[in-house]
Design a protein around this ligand. Structure first.
Ligand code: SF4
Length: 245
């Protein structure tokens, strides 16, 4: 008789995920009073098409805070066989030290090599040919797929920087950066958000406030603010904008 595999029901799993509360508390602490640059949500943008972009924003993994590192480390260990079933053979360490040049930049998800040139014509030349270990071959995020399988919110297990993208909560403002103020642009690196599919200006697109309504609502719900109203008020000039990027 084969041993039974314990597969927790979504609710049991959710209850075991007490670290979700830590992640949300960390977000609230960071964003509860963070100004939002509503005018940056006027730019015309469009959601990327996964068959085209294949999740290019995941090429270098993502930096994570301590609660998120703890969460995804537990998920990767506890659900290893489920990840394997979706095609992801995770390494033992799914979160590692990240570096910009020789300088430690914090903790981030591990990456693996990927022949992006062959699979994705137009892949930015200055992006490394790597991908986050949680990225599936078709560009979907394994953490999001796992959350959906568990019946919790699709973004419940996903690092906030990922589900918010291209919205940024880095620094002292919530905003969407553009080609003129991409914060990852250095002498030796041309930029990040402005080179990704959904981070670029799209003349045929819609105002970012409309395109990324779901992200604004989810973040607002987590931190107890109506971010959609704050953005719309700024766009209609009812309240002063946040400081410049
Ligand atoms: S955690 Fe998911 S969305 Fe974030 S970089 Fe990795 S594969 Fe991409």
């Amino acid at each position: 008789m084969s041993a039974k595999t314990f597969v927790p029901s979504p609710q049991i799993w959710r209850n075991k995920m007490s670290f979700a509360d830590d992640i949300e508390a960390s977000l609230r602490q960071k964003c509860a009073t963070l100004p939002i640059d509503g005018k940056s949500f006027q730019r015309r943008m469009a959601r990327c098409s996964l068959p085209d972009c294949r999740g290019m924003c995941c090429y270098d993994g993502v930096h994570v805070d301590a609660p998120t590192e703890a969460a995804i480390t537990v998920i990767a260990s506890a659900r290893r066989s489920a990840f394997e079933a979706m095609g992801l053979a995770l390494p033992d360490a799914v979160v590692v030290d990240g570096f910009v040049g020789d300088v430690l930049s914090g903790r981030k998800t591990a990456t693996r090599p990927w022949a992006a040139d062959e699979a994705m014509p137009g892949f930015p030349t200055h992006f490394e040919r790597t991908f986050c270990v949680f990225r599936l071959d078709d560009g979907r995020c394994g953490l999001q797929v796992m959350a959906m399988q568990d019946g919790v919110h699709p973004w419940a297990y996903k690092p906030s920087a990922c589900w918010l993208f291209p919205i940024s909560i880095r620094g002292d403002v919530i905003r969407i950066c553009d080609e003129t103020n991409d914060p990852s642009r250095y002498e030796a690196y041309k930029g990040f958000v402005s080179y990704t599919g959904c981070g670029q200006t799209c003349a045929d697109g819609a105002p970012a406030a409309e395109v990324f309504t779901d992200e604004l609502r989810y973040l607002g719900d987590l931190i107890g603010r109506d971010l959609i109203a704050e953005v719309n008020d700024q766009i209609s000039a009812k309240s002063p904008p946040a400081p410049d990027c």
